[in-house]
Design a protein around this ligand. Structure first.
Ligand SMILES: Nc1nc2c(c(=O)[nH]1)N[C@H]1C(S)=C(S)[C@@H](COP(=O)(O)OP(=O)(O)OC[C@H]3O[C@@H](n4cnc5c(=O)[nH]c(N)nc54)[C@H](O)[C@@H]3O)O[C@H]1N2
Ligand SMILES: Nc1nc2c(c(=O)[nH]1)N[C@H]1C(S)=C(S)[C@@H](COP(=O)(O)OP(=O)(O)OC[C@H]3O[C@@H](n4cnc5c(=O)[nH]c(N)nc54)[C@H](O)[C@@H]3O)O[C@H]1N2
Ligand SMILES: [Mo]
Length: 765
């Protein structure tokens, strides 16, 4: 291996600029509707053709079909319509079910270096991977390899390690429960807890925050609760793009009388007006107005807003009871400390940090005080900040004040991203497993699970950079582009002896590799999975803890694909042999994997039977089910946090990195962001028009961005400035183009999540 970790010459870790000239249109006022329906069809037809489009889309989220890989929003219980998907779910499905194929010949014709000069959009649109490929040390091209040889190669590498902790097993959140369980079992029997996952960059802060305060890391609402809510706060989330099916739940909530407040630096289209495409079939042409109130606060001022609202609620409570004193007395601890803290604070700080008018905050405080059933939803706008755990605990404070746990129509709703990211964690994909989990796992299987904590994503990058990692195995995802500090992550990956990617589509992590690399192509959600025990289904857990089946119905993209459970099972067998676990037996029939899961993980009793119920089953959730809080004191905890220091210095801006309407994380479907009116390019920076004027920057002017963190400077050039409705001093760019600018050591306290929504930058003209 190249000792310096320089990797292959000329391989580009960044996506080269794509598109000609960015066009700026009008921001859309209404989400979904006919444009969404036509966009779904356009994507489907262009990738799958007529018959396949019809066949595929009518299987999405159906009881005998497959779970949409688009997001983790739950499906309705009971009656489902024939089209239980949204525009962006349809894009995700079409992307996997595309008819295009990458054959081994493609890799013979294109060197790794040549491929790296192509854009992410181009790489993804080549189609599905079809055969295992091997990149030998020093080689310029991938070459075909048999599955047998591939497993032997990885197994030999693993067996030669003098310390199991020199191997790392990453998971992205599309992995099924069955594959996730097998992967963590294999890693732990091999001897390591090095199980980082995309969750470390996503909702980790939510899990830590909720775990400390209410004793479970998961949300506490069900889909049905939306029909009974009186007030819903949607914070740091863009559901019109990232969870479009949530808009239906918000519409129904609204029709049932709920008020909705949208809290975001950007006026995201989905929350303004919404038109369900299926309403046209029912000849309803009106649009539903969703948000009653929009608070356009500055980036990372949510803690200030929450504390301001709570302070006002307590003041109102002094006159007439507005908080749930009984619940607070019976079920919680720490109220007095919070009260004292809020009393000692000034609302001036709240106004300065949020940039909001006091009357607007008061209006929402009154709504909060009056609501008997409040739901707070949030996503990446809250989790990817240095103080993310604290901010989410202020949300918990707000909910506790009103007693909004274990009550119909109320609760905490962290809206998950990847379709099975919550399930993967339940299955033990976690670098810091609990003692209880390890004991149960060891007992059920008959081995001693390692206790030392492993690496999460950020620590993985640094461990690789320090030469502490020899084998990096990825179950899905695109580690290079999803992680912060692209340059450092690339350098780190190049230091590894062997990188292995189990994937459906080509991405940049296949090009920036360890000295040797493997691509192991797998079946996707949409495809039939035949094992020696017959056709299999897998199971997933949605954002509201419902576990259900997912069964693919399409012919696999190639005869040479293996399922994820089969890949892990064969690798585990090659590495560890079958003395303790009969791996081939387990993966021949996934019911056997589920039986084992049932023995290890509480809540999965009669797994095989219950999961065959068309609506699946719901996992126990003590705060929701019985107002029980599994904290050491048995109470739910109020927490006290000072407001974060949000000063940034002269001529600096705070940059958040967000998703466009035409991408799924690092998978780029197209160059438009329809709702925001940005077309034909992704290297853009959204900026307040007055900030532009102050700096003499004109529309579409090209600028360079520099990020600043503890004396470190990172740069990215060639971004076109777009005037946009965003608070002064804040700017926005797209993920993953801007990941070069994100410092790897700028992380959330306690959750170690990269602060992708808080990057201090300067803009150079
Ligand atoms: N189509 C599609 N669907 C997806 C994905 C996708 O890429 N494409 N990704 C999936 C995944 S893995 C995830 S995690 C989710 C992500 O779903 P989101 O969290 O909705 O995704 P982001 O684009 O990161 O949007 C963050 C939102 O938070 C706002 N925001 C940023 N900073 C702050 C802040 O400090 N305070 C507040 N209040 N708001 C802030 C931004 O303006 C933006 O509206 O979506 C999932 N679904
Ligand atoms: N700057 C910035 N960075 C971020 C974020 C941000 O908001 N800003 N968001 C973070 C978040 S929330 C997340 S979740 C991460 C996402 O991080 P990842 O989950 O690592 O990235 P994805 O882009 O979702 O992974 C896409 C790849 O997964 C593979 N794939 C798709 N389906 C399957 C399948 O069924 N099986 C297998 N084995 N492979 C499959 C395909 O090859 C595809 O190229 O990124 C994080 N990074
Ligand atoms: Mo995510």
């Amino acid at each position: 291996m190249s000792a310096e970790g320089e990797g292959r010459a000329g391989v580009n870790e960044n996506c080269p600029p794509e598109g000609k000239r960015v066009r700026i249109g009008k921001r859309k006022r209404s989400a979904a509707g006919i444009p969404a329906a036509t966009s779904s069809l356009k994507h489907g037809l262009s990738r799958m053709g007529v018959t396949r489009t019809w066949k595929t889309l009518t299987m999405v989220n159906q009881k005998d079909g497959f779970d949409c890989p688009g997001c983790a929003w739950p499906d309705p219980v009971g009656k489902r319509s024939a089209f239980e998907f949204c525009e962006n779910g349809a894009k995700a499905v079409a992307d996997e079910a595309t008819k295009k194929r990458i054959k081994p010949r493609f890799f013979a014709d294109n060197s790794v270096q040549e491929l790296s000069s192509r854009s992410d959009h181009w790489l993804n649109s080549r189609g599905r991977l079809t055969s295992p490929m091997y990149l030998p040390g020093g080689a310029s091209h991938y070459q075909p390899i048999t599955w047998e040889k591939a497993f032997e190669l990885v197994a030999k590498r693993l067996q030669k390690l003098d310390d199991a902790n020199r191997a790392i097993f990453y998971t992205s959140g599309r992995t099924s429960n069955e594959a996730a369980f097998l992967l963590q079992l294999f890693a732990r029997m091999f001897g390591t807890n090095n199980l980082p996952d995309c969750s470390n960059m996503c909702h980790e802060s939510s899990g830590v925050s909720l775990g400390e305060t209410i004793g479970t890391g998961k949300g506490t609402v069900s889909l049905e609760d939306f029909n009974h809510a009186e007030l819903i706060l949607v914070m740091g989330q863009n559901p019109g793009t990232n969870h479009p099916r949530m808009l239906t739940a918000l519409r129904d909530a609204k029709r049932n009388g709920a008020k909705i407040v949208h809290i975001n630096p950007l006026p995201e289209t989905g929350l303004v007006k919404f038109k369900h495409p299926q309403d046209y079939l029912k000849l309803r042409f009106g649009k539903d107005k969703l948000a009653d109130k929009f608070l356009q606060l500055k980036i990372n001022s949510d803690a200030a807003l929450m504390q301001g609202i709570m302070k006002m609620m307590l003041e109102m409570d002094a006159e007439k009871s507005f908080i749930d004193h009984q619940f607070i007395a019976d079920k919680t601890a720490g109220f007095d400390a919070l009260k004292a803290h809020l009393e000692s604070r000034s609302l001036d700080d709240v106004v300065v940090q949020t940039g909001l008018a006091l009357e607007d905050i008061r209006e929402v405080a009154v709504m909060c005080a009056q609501s008997r059933a409040t739901i707070v939803c949030w996503a990446m706008g809250l989790t990817q900040h240095r103080n993310a755990v604290a901010t989410i605990q202020d949300i918990v404070n707000l909910l506790l004040l009103g007693g909004h746990f274990g009550r119909k129509g109320a609760g905490a709703c962290p809206v998950r991203g990847h379709s099975n990211v919550q399930g993967d964690r339940t299955m033990g994909i976690c670098e810091q497993p609990s003692e209880d989990f390890l004991t149960r796992l060891g007992k059920a299987v008959g081995f001693d699970a390692p206790r030392a904590h492993g690496h999460d994503v950020v620590n993985t990058i640094h461990a690789m950079a320090d030469g502490e990692c020899e084998v990096f195995f990825c179950m899905g995802g695109n580690f290079l582009s999803a992680a912060p500090d692209t340059e450092l992550t690339a350098k780190s990956l190049r230091k590894v002896a062997l990188t292995v990617q189990v994937s459906t589509k080509l991405n940049r992590s296949h090009l920036v590799t360890g000295e040797e690399a493997l691509i192991l192509p797998c079946l996707g959600r949409t495809e039939k999975d035949l094992q020696t025990g017959g056709y299999q289904f897998v199971t997933v857990e949605d954002s509201m803890s419902v576990v259900h089946m997912s069964r693919g119905g399409l012919k696999p993209a190639s005869l040479d694909l293996l399922s994820e459970p089969a890949i892990i099972s064969r690798l585990a067998n090659a590495t560890l042999g079958g003395k303790v676990v009969d791996w081939p037996h387990l993966s021949a029939d996934y019911d056997r994997i589920r039986s084992l899961i049932e023995q290890v993980i509480p809540g999965f009793e009669d797994y095989n039977e219950r999961v065959r119920n068309p609506d699946g089953f719901v996992l126990p959730n003590p705060p929701r089910d019985e107002q029980a809080f599994a904290t050491p004191s048995g109470k739910a905890h109020f927490s006290v946090h000072d407001l974060p220091d949000t000063s940034i210095g002269e001529d600096r801006y705070v940059m958040m990195t967000i998703r466009s309407h035409d991408q799924y994380n690092t998978t780029i479907y197209g160059l438009d962001d329809r709702y925001r009116g940005v077309k034909g390019g992704r290297r853009v920076v959204l900026m307040n028009p007055e900030d532009m004027e102050d700096r003499g920057i004109i529309k579409r002017q090209k600028v360079a961005i520099r990020s600043h963190f503890e004396g470190e400077i990172r740069s990215a050039d060639d971004f076109a400035v777009i005037p946009y409705s965003i608070p002064r001093g804040n700017v926005a760019t797209y993920f993953p183009e801007a990941n070069v600018l994100i410092p790897s050591r700028s992380v959330a306290e306690k959750s170690n999540t990269p602060t992708s929504k808080w990057v201090v930058v300067s803009i150079l003209t």
